[in-house]
Design a protein. Structure first.
Length: 345
């Protein structure tokens, strides 16, 4: 009897809600910290801006072009320090996220390992510190890949801008050139980020080094391509349906702005957004459980069972003669006589 890793992943996420709660805890903690840093940095940046008499005069002119020039001149003063501060904050948040994600992944993978092993102890004797170090390295590598993707998008924008100059503006051609370059960067980033995420399972379970965990993840994809693709496809489709439904539902309260207080509308939209994030974390845990199921289950149980062939029809057996064969001849038979037949004459 074959096992469906996708069904087992959803079943594990449904039966172990504590896994989703643990995932929500560390993810939302990082999100809250990043949001607080963003708003704090924005307010501090606004406090450093100085508005002179010339900029104030342009802002009061009411002309969009003059107002845009005034805002650009105001923001240009401390823009360099803002970029340096943003890079430093992103670096600190990446390190904080790497450690928190490593701790969360060790807890969830260990629980899933016990779930699919039916409570059996892990066969790895690696200390927890080694697992933490391996996962932190993988997470830092994921952060570096994300940073490289940002620079890749910027490079695609710059390259696309070469075909549209001030003398010969071609915005349509620049946009058509930007799309495939940005799509290529997106595909490369998504593939590398997914592979590093899958490698985290082996680092958390066996305590393997970063390169060894990446090699193990690539080997799993090569040996059990169908099962891994099935888990990724079905959870990805479920996430897409949830995203489309959430974006549709979150826009519905905007139609009641004229009849209900706007604070209530904003509160409802925030609750819907948080519900979507919670469901997305549950889907992520179902996908992770599916990958752990593939890694823990023998390959023979994951392969589809061969179809049962119908028996071929057989010819009926030849009946055995029970009557004895005649071994004597009748000498009086006319056809055996040497004399001419008197009847024919």
């Amino acid at each position: 009897m074959s096992i469906s890793p996708t069904a087992e992943g959803f079943r594990a996420a449904w039966r172990r809600p504590s896994l989703t709660l643990a995932e929500i805890a560390w993810r939302w903690t990082i999100g809250a910290a990043a949001t607080a840093v963003l708003f704090f940095g924005l307010f501090e940046y606004l406090n450093t801006l100085t508005v002179g008499n010339a900029e104030l005069l342009l802002l009061k002119s009411g002309q969009p072009y003059l107002m845009a020039q005034a805002l650009a001149h105001i923001a240009r003063g401390t823009l360099g320090r803002v970029l340096v501060s943003a890079m430093f904050a992103a670096l600190m948040l990446s390190m904080f996220w790497s450690v928190a994600a490593a701790l969360g992944r060790i807890a969830t993978v260990r629980d899933l390992h016990g779930y699919f092993r039916k409570g059996a102890a892990s066969t790895s004797d690696c200390p927890p510190r080694a697992r933490l170090h391996s996962l932190v390295r993988l997470n830092l590598l994921r952060a570096a890949v994300s940073g490289a993707a940002i620079f890749g998008f910027a490079g695609a924008f710059i390259i696309a801008g070469f075909v549209s100059t001030a003398e010969h503006p071609r915005p349509g051609l620049a946009f058509l050139l930007f799309l495939p370059l940005a799509g290529l960067v997106w595909i490369i980033w998504g593939g590398l980020n997914w592979l590093l995420t899958l490698a985290g399972i082996f680092a958390a379970r066996d305590g393997e080094e970063a390169l060894a965990a990446i090699s193990a993840a690539a080997g799993l994809c090569r040996e059990r391509t169908g099962a891994v693709a099935a888990v990724s496809t079905w959870t990805g489709l479920a996430h897409l349906v949830a995203f489309v439904g959430a974006t549709t539902v979150v826009s519905m309260p905007l139609g009641f702005v004229a009849i209900v207080p706007w604070r209530l509308v904003v509160a409802v939209m925030i609750l819907i957004t948080l519900a979507y994030f919670a469901f997305a974390d549950w889907l992520y845990m179902a996908r992770l459980a599916g990958y752990v199921c593939i890694a823990e289950t023998p390959g023979a149980l994951l392969a589809p069972s061969p179809p049962r062939s119908l028996p071929l029809p057989t010819a009926p057996p030849t009946p055995i003669m029970t009557t004895p064969l005649l071994t004597t001849m009748d000498r009086d038979e006319p056809i055996l006589s040497d004399l001419p037949n008197p009847v024919s004459e």
